[in-house]
Design a protein around this ligand. Structure first.
Ligand code: GCB
Length: 606
């Protein structure tokens, strides 16, 4: 018994002690909030002067708790020696990474402080939650000079309950953000994308009633499309609460009573639903009410499952015409910040003829998922378990699992998401198989209504491309990255290859591609030319089409993106050039090859 308690305690501290694991309010955009976006003053602090004393002890762990930049001293008495002042410091726009906003920060990896003032008159009968869409990577949050907590993980939301901690009038929030890459974190030190630091997504102060609708899930039953099922979770007390779910277009108005955990689960028969699909992205207005709280959402209803080599969307075989996408706007530079940025990306995907996108390699902005629901694009969502993670470190695992769980939690009502990916190109070893296997089990335990996948790697023997990663046994798809014509073999050789795949599952190619500098022309053998990339696409498609199990693909990648690994001064200049569209928005020849293929490609074979 004692052992169990100790183990439970270790697991608990691994989760909460490390700064991940806070629960967040569901559908934050559907709530009443004060936006804290806009300019925040910042101080670059490579030596963590604002956090550590000269003996390297954190000020916030000293007796007084004072001494750090979070005190936000300004215009002090002339006898005081203070070596910072936010008031006169420059500002960065939030949301937005720091690298793309200031030349001197473009390669910066380290600590940077943010400060923002705001005015509010908190009401006695309300709760207040300070919500962050994402901050990369580790972040210490202080409100009016007092520490609220720490969060780790650059792509998932987190919040603090600040009820009773707000001043009536002037308030300030200070954040210390550190994007230093570390071996044991998720992602680890080595990635092929820019390590954009800072407050990259929305910040808001959410106001709710004291007892509020914290979470809910409304979807079609996995086993029977005639039923709607899900739950409503209240927060604030554990007394029975009356909750009402309304979907007017389906004639639904159902009442439930929550149990002593604040939860009501439901399953009831519905009249015929107009199914959501990329061709017909039907969303229903859904309203949940309890006491004085009311939340509105738009939810699509669809089913997804696999049968042998087929992917069935609403019971019909579908071919996933996809493209991979990073969370980056190459034209403005930096992380996607606005709905406009995101629409630009999705409209390009639509123009390419896609019905599907892979949001690589981490949890993307909630807004892009809502747009995918609205525009009609199926989605592969992913976590940054990428390449060589510290497989045996329990903190690393807890962190990965938390990022997976928070992503699933945030986006569980999005019809567009059909696949949770637990990682990308992780090298097969015993330790990795255990780590990844646990993530697959976790994803399935949290959501058994979607598919679980990972981007695996291939091996080659002569002209045979083999897929035999044992993790594949646990996954719903045979998905792998395969760089024939780029990292191995010449593009013209590709038609000679065939596949040997160990799994009787739908094959969805998670990546193939080739680099090309837009406007650089040469013959098909000239690396970096548009013609070379074009031939890779032509011959990849020929090669892939030989597989009768082929049910989709997300070539790498829609648009050129920034990466510190890409150094060639003429062709790359810190850009990964595998985009079908350049960093200035110019379509390369390969774009049209894929567009033609998608135009004529029919649904999967049954
Ligand atoms: C991959 C990775 C992706 C890289 C890409 C490349 O296999 O999954 O993150 O950017 O290759 O360009 O090498």
């Amino acid at each position: 018994m004692l052992r169990i308690i100790i183990l439970a305690l270790i697991a608990f501290t691994a989760f909460y002690g490390q700064g991940y694991g806070q629960e967040t309010i569901h559908n934050v955009y559907g709530r009443t909030f004060l936006s804290l976006n806009g300019p925040w003053n910042y101080i670059m602090d490579p030596y963590q002067m604002g956090y550590l004393d000269y003996r390297q002890k954190p000020f916030d762990q000293s007796k007084s708790g004072k001494g750090g930049f979070y005190d936000n001293l300004t215009d002090v008495d002339k006898s005081m020696k203070v070596e910072y002042d936010f008031t006169y410091a420059p500002a960065l726009e939030v949301p937005g990474d720091w690298n793309s906003q200031e030349e001197k920060l473009s390669f910066y990896e380290g600590t940077l402080w943010y400060k923002r003032d705001f005015v509010i008159s908190p009401k006695n009968n309300k709760r207040y939650l300070l919500y962050f869409g994402a901050v990369n990577y580790e972040c210490h949050v202080y409100l009016n000079g007092k520490k609220l907590g720490v969060h780790k993980g650059g792509f998932t939301p987190f919040q603090f309950d600040v009820s009773g901690k707000l001043n009536d009038g002037n308030n300030f929030v200070v954040l210390m953000v550190d994007n230093t890459r570390k071996k044991d974190e998720i992602p680890t030190i080595n990635t092929d994308w820019w390590n954009y630091g800072g407050i990259t997504r929305d910040v808001m102060l959410v106001e709710t009633p004291p007892v509020y609708i914290e979470d809910y899930k409304v979807q079609l039953s996995k086993d029977n499309k005639e039923f709607i099922e899900g739950f409503i979770q209240m927060k604030g007390n554990h007394k029975p609460e009356h909750v009402v779910l309304e979907i007017p277009e389906l004639g639904i108005k159902s009442s439930f009573t929550t149990d002593n955990r604040g939860r009501a689960t439901f399953r009831f028969r519905t009249r015929k639903v107009d199914y959501w699909s990329p061709e017909h992205p039907k969303l229903y207005d859904v309203t949940i009410t309890s006491g004085s709280d009311k939340v509105h959402d738009k939810i699509g209803f669809r089913t997804i499952r696999t049968v042998n080599k087929d992917i069935l969307l609403n019971g019909e075989s579908v071919f996933l015409k996809g493209i991979s996408i990073h969370d980056e706007n190459p034209i403005l530079g930096g992380r996607l910040r606005s709905e406009g940025d995101m629409r630009m990306m999705l409209n390009w995907a639509k123009e390419l003829g896609c019905n599907y996108i892979r949001l690589a390699h981490y949890t993307h902005n909630e807004t892009i998922l809502r747009l995918a629901d609205e525009i009609g694009l199926l989605v592969w969502a992913e976590i940054p378990v990428y390449w060589t993670i510290s497989w045996t470190n329990p903190h690393t695992y807890a962190n990965a699992e938390n990022q997976l769980a928070v992503g699933i939690d945030r986006d569980k009502n999005r019809a567009s998401i059909i696949i949770w990916s637990v990682g990308n190109e992780t090298p097969v070893t015993e330790e990795r198989n255990i780590f990844m296997g646990r993530l697959v089990d976790k994803a399935k335990s949290l959501d058994d209504t979607r598919l679980v996948a990972a981007a695996l790697e291939v091996e080659r023997e002569g002209y045979t491309i083999k897929v035999e990663d044992p993790l594949g046994d646990k996954l719903d798809l045979a998905s792998f990255n395969e760089y024939g014509g780029w990292y191995w073999s010449a593009p013209k050789e590709l038609p000679k290859y065939s596949f040997d795949i160990r799994f009787n599952k739908p094959v969805v190619i998670s990546e193939f591609g080739a680099g090309a500098l837009a406007g650089f022309h040469g013959d098909e053998d000239t690396v970096w030319s548009e013609e070379h990339q074009e031939l890779v696409y032509i011959n990849q498609i020929k090669m892939l089409e030989k597989m009768d199990a082929l049910r989709g693909m997300t070539p790498w990648i829609l648009v050129d993106f920034k990466s510190p690994r890409r150094q060639h001064p003429v062709y790359q200049n810190f850009w990964n050039r595998k985009g079908l569209i350049s960093n200035t928005g110019k379509k390369k020849k390969a774009f049209y090859v894929l567009q033609d293929y998608y135009k004529t490609k029919t649904m999967g074979k049954t």
